[in-house]
Design a protein around this ligand. Sequence first.
Ligand code: EPS
Length: 388
Amino acid sequence: MRYLTAGESHGPRLTAIIEGVPAGLSITADDINVDLKRRQGGYGRGARMQIETDQVEITSGVRHGKTTGGPITLHVINKDHQKWLEIMAVEDIDDKLKSKRKITRPRPGHADLVGGMKYRFDDLRNSLERSSARETTMRVAVGALAKRILAELDIDIANHVVVFGGKEIDIPEGLTVADIRQLASQSEVAVVNREREEEIKAYIDQIKKDGDTIGGVVETVVGGVPVGLGSYVQWDKKLDGKLAQAVLSINAFKGVEFGLGFQTGYRKGSQVMDEITWSEQDGYSRRSNNLGGFEGGMTNGQPIVVRGVMKPIPTLYKPLMSVDIESHEPYVATVERSDPTALPAAGVVMESVVATVLATEILEKFSSDNMEELKEAVRRHREYVKNF
Ligand code: EPS
């Protein structure tokens, strides 16, 4: 399975084409719209999310509610485009009009300046439009499709915020993936500990008043993962490596870790490795999950636990100093519309890209033509592993 996304933040629409989805997978636009709505939500989202009601249109690869095995095309309309018809026109427009929303004062921390240098733009809007996190809409749409594949294989996925703008969330012990999904979905700030909700919301309000932004750490957990996805035989076959790439490719993400992650650098080996157990009923298991579900770049059957850190959104209402690319004079950076935080939304994106990488890997290891064939192949593999 592979996919590409296309589209600009204020262009007419966003598009994704996904190839390699097995035939016979039940999918509706609503399955995807649920996640698009989740991505638009969360406390601290900005004005753009009030303009858009992201809804997918499926224009190929699905017939009578089931995938055909052909490439699937997904579209989401940018309602805001109606206000940007000339600025974002495909055809050339009058020079006077062009200067109307021209960006010459790059925002520190955004792709504006380097994008301009790399692609040789005199209007940094060209960098902004494609580098905007609006693109993540399509990664969530693709992820929703991937999650449908995972659900058919009884693989459960959830996401929650574990650090919000420096505030660590104390997480109750013993939560299942389903518990995490349910608790986080009831929270406007996507935390499982609801007692922290009001404090975090008040903090976001304060940050907004200050014209500032905050980021944080989000965690994706996946249960029911088959053993042996990914491989140690070659560097680019390690599945934790593939997941890390996908997570770091999310706008504003600066780091990723599995299980105890960076903490393992502070511990002895005896405090890190997960001891192996065996029982008649379940086969092999582990006493702990410090390694986050991976050994040798392969899934070991324990839940995958992956964390990503998102830096604060670089578009600030209280902008930082920058330089005008026409005059080279110091100026405050361009103020574009922004969100004080998009952390809960970023968690939805992370869950989506993790689901997409996992579904892709599963389709590589098992059959990829037909869903029933795939389900049978995974069932047989699980049986084999259980009796190993
Ligand atoms: C976003 C869309 C953007 C921003 C935000 C996230 O829309 P607009 O620029 O029209 O307000 O709200 O993106 C950024 C702040 C950014 O720097 O990319 C979205 O759909 O998530």
